[in-house]
Structures are given as C-alpha cells and as structure tokens.
Design a binder for this molecule. Structure first.
Ligand code: SAM
Ligand code: SF4
Length: 335
C-alpha cells in the first residue's frame, strides 16, 4: 500500500525481543536497562497475526531483529512460520552473529533467506570494548558459517564512529575482498544509549568514500540494476577491485533517504512505528489482546502507514537527543 506521500510500503522489520547477549555502547546502557516483562512482549502467534494482516496490504519482505533475535527461544520455528505465509517473498535476519554457529543450521532449514551481521571492529580488544565483553572470534566464525550455510547475500553492518574505528575501514575493505560479504558502513546516530557517547562524531559517508577512492582504482560504483540484487535497503554499493564482496554506505545522518523509505517497524512490545527517527506509533498489542479481528488489525496497520512522516522528525545530527518516548534505545526499536 502507498502512504500519504506515495511511498510503496513493502517491508516490515520486526523486533522479537528487547534483550541481548551483548551491550554495545551506542545501543544499550551497561546496567539499569529495564527489559519489558515477558507478558508485554508479543507472542510469536500475535506477531504472525500482524504479519498475516499486513501481507494483503502489500508487505512482502520481513526482517527479524531485536535486541538480539537469536536469544529468543524458538526463533527458527518462528522464521519457518513466517516463510510459510503466502505472499511473503523474503525473510531476513539482523544479528550480532554470536549465536549463529549454534542456530545457523536450524535457521537454514527453516528457510531463512539472508542475514546481516553487525561487526564494528576486527580488533579483538576493541570489539570487546564496544560490545562490552563480546568475543570477536565467535562472530568471525558466525560469518564463515553463514557463508557456508548458503545465506546469500551475507551483509556486515559496521557503525563507523570517529576516533574509535574509522582507522579500520581499509581492513573491512580487505575482508570484503577476500570473502563474499557485503560490508555496509553506517553513520553512527546519536540517539538512544549513544547519548553517553554523544561527543563521539559520526563519519560522513562521502568523507569515507573520499578516503577510499584515494586508493588507486580500488572501488567501482555499482549500477542500480546490480545493486537491487544485493538488497533493497538505503545503501550505495561499490565493487572492490579483484574482490569477492562489495562495500556500501548507509547514511542516515548526512543523507535524506526518507523519500525512498519503504519500511515499517514492529517493536517487541507491540508498537507499530512508521519511522525509526520519529516518536509516532500505533499500539497494536492492546488491539490484539482485546479481540481485534483480521480487519481490525489491518485498519491499525493502515493507520500507522498513513502516519508515516514525510521526513525524519528527530535530529540525530549530533544534537541533543530528542527521543522522548520510552522506546529510546535502538535495542527496543530494532535498529
Ligand atoms: N542485535 C542485532 C545486531 O546487533 O545486529 C540486531 C539489533 S541492532 C539494534 C540493529 C542494528 O542497529 C545493528 O547493526 C547496530 O549496529 C545498529 N545500531 C544500533 N545503534 C546504532 C546507532 N546509534 N547508530 C547507528 N546504528 C546503530
Ligand atoms: Fe545488542 Fe545489537 Fe544493540 Fe549490540 S547493537 S547491544 S548486539 S541489540
């Protein structure tokens, strides 16, 4: 379905939990984070009802996220159920990769199409610092297994923070040269838990690309038709000379990709959010639990879509964060 500004809404990101086995500095506070009680989290059955209502309205692609989606019990079975819904063309997952070695085979068997793995540093101590205790070797193993299991394409999400990991950009390019992975450099957004990190600057994608193109003929911009094979996100992709993978740039801070935004978000506690960078939401959990039928859910979905702002409403451009509602952490909204 089209929103009030003519954008075709086809993509739903579902956070299935607000919990996580890591504590990335920019995403969650170290301590004191209040997780929602289980009774506040949508059951898999409830989420499936929302998806079944959304499909006839035009949703065909789903991304399962969190928190860390792989910490929720039964995630592979749930993905299998989503895959069997007629009209769902693709189910993807965003994960920190730590549990992929254990859950990868079940996810593959369930029909999961592809995975995005978040990895902000290739240096073990630095990785442990940004994730507050994560083990880099597990994620690297997760990436290799994701490739072995045949999830395609495997994308890596790298949040670039000035003065923290911007010196590793070439190492990531090297990784994408040697493995068939699609590295996406994401501009760090100063929202959520990152407010404690707000003095850390983001690195503008054009600045990063500028540095990389200084390396002789290292990168070639990919034509639009080829990019659509890689995914439908708001990234610009480049081929690497003699490389297996690609690199891309996601620029939520410096670039307005709002005009092409095709997505809605469902939080773990049942809020339909039309935009990551806006406080607007429609409460679908209350409706689910007070007897709303298929058509009632569709009306709420439509209402959320019509509420999609034309542009982001929170200025994350290193200004004072303005997120005001309680879902202020990325782990709660789903990234
Ligand atoms: N736990 C999973 C993971 O880390 O991939 C899924 C949830 S996580 C919230 C989704 C994505 O949001 C990750 O790639 C993470 O790096 C990104 N993210 C979280 N906080 C961010 C911020 N302040 N700026 C930019 N990206 C952020
Ligand atoms: Fe967890 Fe992902 Fe947030 Fe890191 S970015 S704390 S892995 S939810």
């Amino acid at each position: 379905m089209r929103d009030a500004f003519g954008r075709d809404i086809t993509y739903l990101r579902i956070a299935i939990t607000d919990r996580c086995n890591l504590r990335c500095i920019y995403c969650m506070p170290e301590e004191g984070v209040e997780f929602k009680p289980h009774s506040d989290i949508l059951s898999y059955e409830e989420i499936e009802r929302v998806v079944r209502a959304a499909v006839p309205l035009g949703i065909s692609k789903i991304r399962v996220t969190g928190g860390e989606p792989l910490v929720r019990k039964g995630v592979a079975g749930f993905i299998g159920r989503l895959k069997r819904i007629p009209g769902i063309a693709e189910v993807a997952l965003t994960t920190n990769g730590v549990l992929l070695p254990r859950l990868g085979p079940a996810l593959k068997e369930a029909g999961l199409d592809r995975v995005n793995i978040s990895l902000d540093s290739l240096k073990p101590e630095r990785y442990a610092e940004i994730t507050r205790g994560g083990d880099l070797s597990k994620v690297l193993q997760g990436i290799d297994l994701a490739l072995e299991f045949g999830f395609k394409p495997v994308k890596l999400n790298v949040v670039v923070v000035r003065g923290f990991n911007d010196d590793e950009v070439l190492d990531f390019v090297e990784l994408a040269k040697n493995k068939e992975v699609h590295v996406r450099f994401i501009e760090f957004m100063s929202i959520g838990a990152s407010r404690t990190w707000k003095n850390r600057g983001y690195v503008n994608s054009s600045e990063l690309l500028g540095k990389l193109t200084l390396q002789d003929e290292l990168l070639t911009a990919m034509p639009e038709e080829e990019v659509s094979v890689v995914g439908n996100g708001p990234a610009k992709y480049y081929k690497i000379k003699d490389g297996l993978g690609t690199i891309g740039f996601i620029s939520p801070v410096s670039n307005h990709f709002c005009a092409d935004c095709n997505r809605m978000r469902l939080t773990a506690d049942g809020k339909l959010r039309p935009c990551l960078l806006s406080d607007r939401y429609v409460d679908i959990k209350t409706a689910l639990r007070s007897g709303a039928d298929h058509k009632g859910l569709q009306d709420l979905f439509r209402r959320a879509v019509f509420n999609k702002p034309q542009e982001k409403e929170i200025d994350q451009n290193m200004a004072e964060p303005q997120v005001t509602d309680e879902a202020a952490y990325m782990s709660q909204i789903g990234g």
